[in-house]
Design a protein around this ligand. Structure first.
Ligand code: SAH
Ligand code: SF4
Ligand code: F3S
Length: 469
């Protein structure tokens, strides 16, 4: 697609940073910095957006809290991918009536993919009157200006106009954690899978300049980040809108050449676009993690066509075979939808047989959720809910067995793992392919690559201990 992408100029971002300064000056007389709570739903793309929201907020002088009750400003960055995601958001926004009653000066912003949908913005306007500011992903770069308007004038603000989308560089970031980082390489989606809301709320595909991306990765490596994930809804479209002779595999190769001890991951890839060149590049590039997330969505070619996915069951299986021929130890994960409108029991069985045939390491299983304005929401959907639920349970149970078996095969092996954090059960680490390993040890190990001998496994994770390296 050769549509001209709007690039937000450095002057436009400078103007936003001036709004940050103006807001900071308003707060400078306060005895303590005001507090913001940023709550993020949805995918890594949204996590990456929240890092930019926090970056702006930090420039405005906000400190951060995890408790909505203590927050002067609540920002809810929403997801619209399934109804469940929207309901969780609305439930939490509803509960903010109470915190606002205790603190009437509290400001509430709802942004992100859900907010970009006109019918949802309308719902918030009418039924969630505690919300002061609503804006979609397209307006994120203008957040300081919108917040300044909110602070200086009366009235609620709704900023959700639709557009193909823009690219804004130079927005400050506050990243979460110091080991893993997300780097968006492109935004939007052109695929219009018939069930999916993303193209409607995130605009058309547009790629960031490779030099800017590579400079960002270099900066992250210098700051000590060890696990860097390149993000896009279909990373294989990277560069198609740029007047450069560069595709995603070339970008990966150049990122791999950046000096330092770190891992590169990426998501997501459409099967038909995952090329032999990409597989070969992965196999050759030592920093690219041996992990491929390759959503298949359905094992039935008929259903795939109804989903507007441009590959067949056989085509998918061929991609998996080609990838495994080059990288035999690759960790394969995938997404699948159960109960797409019109999916028959036989077609579901094809999905079931596909997961047995491939043997994924992990699978994200979703029940079809009709999304406002998408073609699939209008399709006949005769299968009863209970049957879909039973199919879903069967698929999940079979995948649990497969994951358990695949994990069991790690026991006794020693792998170079990245210790990435701590949770209530102890330290967590990741195998090169991204499987979770639990271990005991000091926090000082966080951020280090250590050889771990795998001593145990279950369907979710592995356990390990330090091996002599
Ligand atoms: N761009 C990625 C997917 C992003 S959305 C890709 O195409 O691979 C993440 C996953 O959510 C999808 O892979 C799909 O399995 C699921 N999903 C999207 N829309 C859905 C819907 N309406 N109902 C159920 N699951 C859905
Ligand atoms: Fe949605 Fe399809 Fe785009 Fe993925 S490729 S974001 S599933 S429309
Ligand atoms: Fe991501 Fe949800 Fe938007 S999955 S792109 S945050 S609809």
């Amino acid at each position: 697609m050769n549509r001209e992408t709007t690039r937000i100029s450095p002057d436009q971002i400078a103007a936003q940073l001036e709004f940050c300064e103006k807001i900071a000056r308003r707060f400078s007389a306060l005895p303590a910095p005001p507090l913001a709570f940023v709550d993020t739903y949805g995918c890594q793309q949204n996590e990456a957006d929240s890092e930019r929201l926090r970056g702006y907020l930090a420039r405005m002088g906000y400190g951060f809290t995890q408790e909505e009750g203590r927050a002067d400003l609540v920002v809810i960055n929403t997801c619209a991918i399934r109804e469940h995601a929207e309901q969780r958001v609305l439930g939490n926004v509803g509960a903010l009536v109470h915190t606002k009653r205790d603190n009437p000066a509290q400001l509430i912003c709802v942004c992100g993919c859900m907010a970009q949908q006109p019918h949802m913005a309308e719902k918030i306007r009418q039924s969630y009157r505690q919300v002061d500011l609503v804006f979609g992903p397209h307006a994120l770069w203008r957040f300081p200006e919108l917040l300044h308007r909110l602070l200086t004038r009366r009235g609620r603000i709704f900023e959700i106009h639709d557009e193909p989308g823009s690219i804004a560089e130079g927005i400050p970031l506050v990243r979460q954690g110091g080991v893993k980082a997300w780097v968006s390489i492109m935004y939007g989606c052109n695929n219009f899978c018939s069930y999916c809301v993303v193209p409607y709320v995130r605009g058309r595909e547009r790629s960031r300049d490779p030099e800017v991306i590579l400079a960002e990765i270099r900066g992250l490596v210098e700051q000590g980040y060890k696990d860097i994930t390149l993000l896009g809804q279909n990373v294989n479209s990277y560069g198609k809108d740029l007047a450069l002779d560069m595709d995603f595999a070339d970008l990966l190769e150049r990122a791999n050449a950046i000096p330092g001890d770190f891992l590169l991951r990426f998501m997501t890839s459409l099967p038909e676009a995952a090329s032999q060149k990409l597989f070969e590049t992965m196999a050759r590039c030592e920093k690219v993690a041996p992990h491929f997330h390759l959503p298949f969505q359905s094992g039935s070619t008929r259903v795939l066509a109804a989903m507007n996915r441009r590959y067949t069951r056989e085509g998918y299986l061929e991609k998996v075979a080609a990838l495994r021929a080059l990288i035999p130890h690759v960790v394969l994960t995938s997404d699948v939808i159960v109960g797409f409108p019109g999916e028959t029991q036989e077609e579901f069985e094809q999905t079931y047989s596909l997961i047995e045939q491939v043997g994924f390491d992990a699978l994200f299983t979703f029940i079809f959720s009709p999304r406002h304005g998408t073609p699939a929401a209008e399709m006949d959907d005769p299968m009863p809910r209970e049957q879909k639920a039973a199919n879903f349970q069967r698929l999940v149970a079979r995948q649990d067995e497969i994951s358990e078996q695949r994990h069991a095969a790690y026991v006794g092996k020693t792998l170079r793992c990245l210790v990435d954090g701590r949770d209530e059960k102890g330290l967590t680490a990741r195998t090169p392919g991204g499987r979770l390993v639990r271990l005991e040890g000091e926090d000082a190990l966080i951020g280090q690559f250590v050889p771990l001998r795998i001593t145990g496994s279950n369907k979710w994770s592995l356990s390990g201990e330090r091996a002599e390296g």
